[in-house]
Design a protein. Structure first.
Length: 234
């Protein structure tokens, strides 16, 4: 990130090495969000796992109680009655082979793709396009399902996927800078409690190694892992 004057001024407002209580951290991150748009508050959680081992490659979904604060464009691969179900649930684009051809032609103006299991033979050929962008439907992410009404409504309401990267870090949006501190804390508690439940038996030592939040255009604020365990009752 280019170190602009605004970014430099933000750094002067606090000590980047401090470990803050969650509530204080969210108060501070709202103060650091000074861009001329509603910045996303992002969480980076370094976990005590080795993603090279299948049993430690954490992945799943969580429904944020306060939502994400952003509208998502959602496509669904389905046919017949299931296509009708997806449309009525609020999917933005619904289709089958013709939708796959549109994507193969370069169209990628959407944020999430869901497919019924019987459509994966069609969706499978899009792997080289959707995979690198994190858009490939996957059962573990809840995006390959026959329960389209539930899936569409949950993702529209604030359901997000989490997945540990190769360095053991989970990156997630946690809300918007316009959210109240209480709203951000509610989402944070839900995410951290969900991740805590995912701790593999093989994980050694501290599970939450480092935690930090940041606005889209601003610097990060470190959160005390011990204080986080307290607020989620662990």
């Amino acid at each position: 990130m280019a170190k602009s004057k605004r970014y430099a001024e933000a750094l002067e407002k606090y000590n980047r090495e401090n470990l803050y209580e969650p509530e204080a951290a969210f108060n501070l991150v709202k103060e650091l969000a000074t861009a001329n748009f509603d910045e996303t508050v992002e969480l980076s959680a370094k976990l005590g796992v080795n993603p090279k081992h299948a049993d430690q490659n954490i992945r799943g979904t969580v429904v944020l109680p306060e939502g994400t604060g952003q509208e998502i464009t959602l496509v669904v691969f389905a046919k017949g009655e299931k296509a009708k179900e997806a449309e009525e649930a609020g999917a933005d684009f619904v289709g089958a082979e013709e939708l796959a051809e549109k994507i193969e032609g370069g169209w990628l103006d959407f944020d999430l793709a869901i497919a019924t299991p019987d459509m994966m033979s069609v969706v499978g050929r899009l792997g080289r396009v959707l995979g690198p962008k994190g858009l490939m439907p996957n059962p573990k992410a809840g995006t390959v399902t026959f329960e389209l009404e539930k899936a569409v409504q949950e993702f529209k309401a604030g359901k997000i996927e989490y997945r540990v990267d190769k360095t053991g870090i989970v990156h997630l949006p946690i809300g918007k800078a316009s959210f109240s501190v209480d709203q951000l804390l509610n989402n944070y508690r839900k995410i951290m409690d969900t991740l805590a439940k995912e701790r593999p038996a093989a994980a050694k030592g501290k599970f939450f190694r480092t935690l930090a939040i940041s606005p889209t255009m601003g610097p990060g604020v470190k959160i005390d892992p011990a204080a986080t365990l307290t607020i989620i009752g662990r």
